[in-house]
Design a protein around this ligand. Structure first.
Ligand code: PEP
Ligand code: CO
Length: 466
């Protein structure tokens, strides 16, 4: 559905502060809810505009510097978390498990790549979802589709599925609480490298993961060497951790956009990094216009139908100054398509005088539905897409700069395969995602070890451009 939000129904939180910042309101916009009372939604937006920012513009700039290094082949991005965070899932235990999983993956990747790994959660704001249909029909009953906890409820009742603007405000508070705990975990000692590695030892000691024992042992030796040599620096106990989500729901994103008092530029302070989804990246649409005006580093999902021409126009709109670290392309081609679809884009990029960061999302092109009705993905296909991504970059001489994964730290059974051999019958035992299927804790670590093998192979080949 294509709707333009009529400008007169929207109370702009800070009208006209920066020329053009609200131009998106005049453009066609996709994937927005139909609020029963638009005035209530604008009142909620206006209230959000008075809340404190969740991130500081200086952090956003630091992240851009880190991503610029990754784009140059000197760092690697690990971005992961739920497909859709839920308010009920914002518990200490679930947040801890997700952070822990990402930290564990990061240690393995850092060692294998011999490079800094930029750690970024799909967390503290990943509450709004694009949907392929505006409605859902079950047993002859049709209701609005679930658009994420920041819009409506998942329960299939008319009440719960009605878009509720109070959820915008709750989304802000849930994001704040989640971010607070992330900051506590990553600054307060929980992220100690030695501790994180000891968790990985547990993973590699499992007979199912024997294949990764060699690498785990090497890391072990490196850490013991560091300890013996008396290494004791801040980076051992604290990590920089960034937040990100899809910048989709404009009634939330716009009021979280603030003007940086240091230089007068608009920054979206709801997360360090935002990305444009495959469904909302139309060049003439509202989202691209809004994204072109904020200073955050941004991502754009690229599906298999992307042409070099589309890519060039996205670069011109979103990164006209070719600023290092500004633009990340997150390719989500599908295992069967990546080896054909990615090379033409990589070949073309050299002609466009741009150095975006290239990241693989091996999740969204590999969805299947089982005969019993579960949305799932095969671990083997996810790995295959990652390998296709590395192979295409090797061939083109560009840098495969990161992975973007839907994962959870819990022992769910949502994706098929992996060393635990989750099969179709097992899916039913612990399927908890309200949206796309996520890798569980073990599958996430296994993927990290497999990506580590690719990175180590590249390192040995000396294939990374300097
Ligand atoms: C997502 O990341 O959850 C998503 C909807 O992805 P895409 O825009 O690539 O389909
Ligand atoms: Co998803």
């Amino acid at each position: 559905m294509l709707v333009t939000i009529p400008a007169e129904t929207v109370v702009s939180p800070d009208p006209g502060v920066v020329e053009g910042l609200d131009f998106w309101r005049t453009l066609p916009i996709k994937q927005q809810p139909e609020w029963p009372d638009p005035l209530e939604a604008s009142a909620a937006s206006a209230e959000i505009a008075t809340f404190p920012p969740l991130v500081f513009a200086g952090e956003v700039d630091n992240l851009r510097t880190r991503l610029a290094r990754a784009a140059r082949g000197e760092a690697f991005l690990l971005q992961g978390g739920d497909c859709a965070e839920t308010f009920a899932g914002a518990t200490a235990e679930q947040i801890r498990n997700r952070v822990k999983t990402l930290l564990q993956m990061a240690v393995v990747l850092t060692y294998a790549a011999s490079m800094p790994v930029v750690k970024m959660g799909r967390m503290a704001g990943q509450f709004a979802k694009p949907r392929s249909s505006d409605t859902e029909t079950r047993g002859g009953v049709t209701l609005p589709a679930y658009r994420g906890d920041i819009v409506n409820g998942y329960d299939f009742t008319p009440d719960s599925r009605e878009a509720d603007p109070r959820r915008l405000i709750q989304g802000y508070h849930m994001s704040a609480a989640t971010l607070n705990l992330i900051r506590a975990f990553t600054q307060g000692g929980f992220a100690d490298l030695r501790e994180v590695h000891s968790w990985n030892r547990g993973f590699a000691a499992n007979p199912a993961n024997q294949r990764y024992e060699g690498l785990a042992r090497e890391i072990d030796r490196a850490i013991r060497f560091m300890e013996a040599a008396g290494a004791d620096f801040d980076e051992l106990t604290r990590v920089e951790f960034y937040t990100s989500h899809e910048g989709l729901l404009m009634d939330y994103e716009r009021p979280m956009t603030r003007i940086d008092s240091r230089n007068g530029t608009p920054v979206n302070t709801s997360a360090h990094f935002l990305w444009l989804g495959e469904r909302t990246r139309d060049l003439d649409g509202a989202h691209v216009d809004y994204f072109s005006r904020i200073r955050n580093p941004i991502g754009v999902k690229l599906g298999p139908s992307t042409t070099p021409d589309d890519m060039e126009r996205l670069i011109d709109r979103l990164d006209p100054d070719r600023e290092p670290g500004r633009l990340t392309f997150i390719t989500r081609m599908g295992a069967g398509r990546i080896r054909d679809a990615l090379p033409p884009l990589l070949e073309a990029i050299t002609r466009f005088d741009a150095t975006p960061l290239w990241v693989t999302d091996p999740m969204h092109g590999n969805g299947i539905t089982t005969p019993t009705g579960y949305k799932t993905r095969r671990f083997e296909e996810i790995v295959d897409e990652v390998q296709g991504f590395f192979a295409a970059h090797r061939e083109a001489g560009t840098f495969p700069g990161g992975i973007h994964i839907e994962l959870t730290g819990d022992d769910v059974t949502e994706c098929l395969g992996g060393s635990e051999h989750i099969d179709e019958a097992t899916l039913a035992t612990r399927y908890e995602s309200l949206c796309d299927p996520r890798l569980n804790h073990m599958q996430s670590l296994e993927l990290a070890f497999l990506v580590a093998e690719e990175l180590a192979a590249d390192r040995e080949r000396g294939a990374q451009p300097s």
